[in-house]
Every structure is written in C-alpha cells, then in structure tokens.
Design a protein around this ligand. Structure first.
Ligand code: ADE
Length: 418
C-alpha cells in the first residue's frame, strides 16, 4: 500500500486520540454499526480530501466499515494531525497522503496520489479534488458517480461550475444541511477559532476589542464566543441584512477602515479575498493580532503586509511578527490559514459527529441515486437531515414533542382562522 505521512511511529498516539474523538460521535457510531452489517459501499472507491483530524479518522473508519476502499489526502497544508495519519495507515490500512506543513507542490501531489485509486466517489472540503479532476485528471471522470462537499467555500465554487455547465458529476452539498451549517459553522467554528487564537497567542481575550470580519454562520459563532469571553466585538460586513442582524445581536458594526485602528484581535470569516489589506494593516495599532478562519488563506493580503513592513520574524509557533515603519508590530497567526486547524484541533468531535453523519449518509445516497442525478449541486435529502437531528437529540438525552392530530390538520388547512 502506498502512503506518504510524517512518521508511522506516531500511530499509537493517533489511535488513542481517534478513540477519544469517537466517544463524542454517537451518531456516526450508529451509522458505522449499520454500515458494517449492510455494506452499502461495497466495492466503492472513494477519494477523500478532508482535514486529517481525529474526527476525519473516525469517518474514514465508518466508510471502510461500509465496504468502501478509501484514500485520504489533506484539504489544507497546515491542518493535518500527523499522528492520525499514521494511525489510519498502521491500524486501518487506509492510504493517507498528508503531512502537516507540506508545501504547495506536495499538497497537490498528495491530491494526485489519492486520485490514483480511480474514485467512484469524491469527498471534498473546499472542492480541490473536483478542481484537479476537472483540469488535470479528466481521464478519471467517466468512472466518477458523484461527490460530496463539506464547506461553504467549496459549495460556492461547485455551484459556479454547475452554472457554467462544466461540472461533470453530481455533488451533494453537505455544508447546506441544517444539521451541518447551523452547528459546525456556528458552534464549531465559534469555539475552535477562539481556541486556535488562544493556543497561538496565550493572550487574554477579556477586555479586548475583537474584530470579526464577515457575519455568516461562522462569523456569528466567532462573535458570540468572543463576546462570551469578555471581548468587545466589532463586526465588519458587506451584506446589509447580515450587518443589521449583527447590530441587533448587540455587536458594534463598522466598516473595516474604522475598525482597523480599534482592534486587538482580528479574525476573517468571509470566504472572500483580501478583506484585510494594506490600508487596514497601516491603520492597526501596535500588537494587533490578525487571523483567518475562512477556508482559503486569501482573506488577509499578506503580500501587501510584507511590502509595507520593515522586517518580519517568527516570535513563537504560529505567530509571525511584522514590524511596521515607526515601530508598530502586527502579528499574523498561523500564516493566515484556518487558525482553528492550524493552531488548534479543529471543531470538537460532538459537532463533527453531525457533519460527518451527513457525509457518510450522503455517500450512501449518491451511490444509490448518483446515476439518476444531473450534473448539478444537490441538497442533502431532508429525511437524512431530520434523522441526524433526531439521533443527535437522542444521544444528548433530549426529548421533544410531536404534533397532535388537531395541530397537523390545522397546519394543512387554509379555512381555519380566528
Ligand atoms: N473542519 C473543521 N474542524 C474539523 C475537524 N475537527 N475535522 C475535520 N474537518 C474539520
């Protein structure tokens, strides 16, 4: 079996960490149990390009239990947990191509290696596999039945491919399931981003000014958690509706230009390019700490920061100091890559339980239905979404009401009013 990881000697440590994650993934465990019996993915070759974390490890084991032959590569050069990669190779015989800190060329060569299994299914986090398949590995496209996509950024890329008519197989947008984005994007990103910033800097959040750029589900989560730790939160946003929502959620809302001189912490979660750029860096105060928790490392214009700064050095792991003319210092965390995965461990397992339950069930669905689907981006079927919510509630010991017959009738009738 071919693989490319940092060190097989890390396998035992990785196995324990995967076991720890699995304890908070009861929904995925139920799916694994059923998959083991029913083998819905028998003979399916699956290339997964995901953050190589303990939770992803548990997902790979679930897919394998369902009969799939999986190959795994990283969806970000800095997010790989090398011990997890080692454990999957050593204990589960899953070929992994991922090393934390790999350079761009290695990152893409790892995607190529994971594609060498000639997948029937692809599982993406950011659409890099789809993009490589449609540009450099088109000879493999005929065998692909379908794919899934984990993240907002990837879904946006794939929808634009579908609109241009160039998407060659159907995709299930796992990101858009309610049991995904309402929890993973909000509570997952909220907690893990603050965790990454704190692990990188060990600075006090209480009493600070924390600027969140973007008020989508991730931005809502980061703002909520920064406020919960005692920061005064400023939101910068381009959508009038979201800005209004941020204001009514109790946050200050300012254009970046006005927020730049005020912040101690900055975090971008927009999915867009250069939302913090030269003029903002030039306005920041001494000691400002700038990070990104959006999928790609494009949100901070670090080239312009390098241009205007007089010197730079790594001052501690994940913290690069840029000295500005006049002596002010700006700190860039985790090279501007996803700070929650670069400096911390990504979203906690309990929330990935739902995201990855969606992945596993969408993989099963697309193998059943893929040949009948057009080459478009589809939602996760509502029945899957609702089932996952029900199972998660059950695992949390939370009971809920159901509608009475009278209420069902009322909701379906238009005659009954006052
Ligand atoms: N994305 C964010 N957090 C993650 C995690 N823990 N595992 C995989 N993908 C993630």
């Amino acid at each position: 079996m071919e693989f490319d990881i940092k060190d097989l000697g890390l396998a035992e440590a990785g196995k324990l960490r995967i076991e720890w994650a699995a304890q908070s993934m009861p929904v995925l465990a139920l799916i694994e149990e059923r998959f083991r019996k029913e083998r819905p993915l028998d003979d399916v070759r699956l290339t997964a390009c995901l953050h190589v974390t303990t939770e992803t490890g548990q997902l790979m084991k679930t897919l394998k239990a369902g009969g799939a032959q999986v190959a795994l590569c990283a969806s970000n050069p800095l997010s790989t947990q090398d011990d997890v990669a080692a454990s999957l190779v050593e204990h589960d015989q899953i070929p992994v191509f991922a090393i934390k800190g790999e350079d761009n060329d290695t990152y893409y060569s790892h995607i190529q290696s994971a594609l060498d299994i000639r997948p029937h299914l692809t599982m993406d986090d950011g659409a890099d596999v789809v993009s490589v398949l449609h540009s450099e590995r088109t000879e493999l496209l005929d065998e692909v039945v379908g794919g899934t996509e984990e993240t907002t950024t990837g879904v946006i890329r794939l929808r634009s491919m579908a609109e241009e008519g160039v998407l060659r197989y159907p995709i299930i947008a796992v990101n858009d399931a309610e049991t995904k984005y309402l929890f993973d994007n909000r509570y997952g990103t909220g907690q893990s981003t603050i965790d990454g910033i704190i692990r990188a800097t060990n600075r006090l959040v209480a009493g600070s000014v924390f600027v969140v750029v973007g008020y989508g589900w991730c931005g809502r989560g980061v703002s909520m958690r920064a406020q919960g730790m005692g920061a005064r939160v400023i939101v910068a946003e381009v959508s009038p509706v979201r800005a209004l929502e941020a204001a009514m959620d109790g946050f200050s809302v300012l254009p970046m230009e006005q927020a730049a001189p005020l912040g101690n912490f900055f975090c971008t979660v927009t999915g867009n390019i250069h939302v913090i750029r030269k003029e903002h860096f030039l306005a920041m105060k001494d000691g400002a700490m700038v990070s990104n928790s959006g999928h790609f490392n494009v949100e901070l214009d670090l080239d312009s920061l390098a241009d205007v700064s007089v010197s730079r050095r790594m001052i501690r792991e994940f913290v690069e100091e840029f000295e500005m003319p006049g002596g002010r210092r700006i700190y860039v965390l985790g090279e501007g890559r996803l700070i929650n995965l670069a400096a911390a461990e990504g979203h906690p397992s309990s929330v990935m339980d739902m995201s990855f339950a969606n992945q596993a069930l969408s993989a099963e669905y697309i193998i059943k239905e893929g040949k009948t689907l057009e080459n478009k981006v589809f939602s996760v079927p509502e029945s899957i979404d609702k089932d996952i919510a029900r199972l998660k509630l059950k695992s949390l010991g939370v009971e809920i009401d159901s509608l009475t017959a009278e209420q069902v009738k009322y909701l379906s009738s238009w005659e009954m009013g006052t």
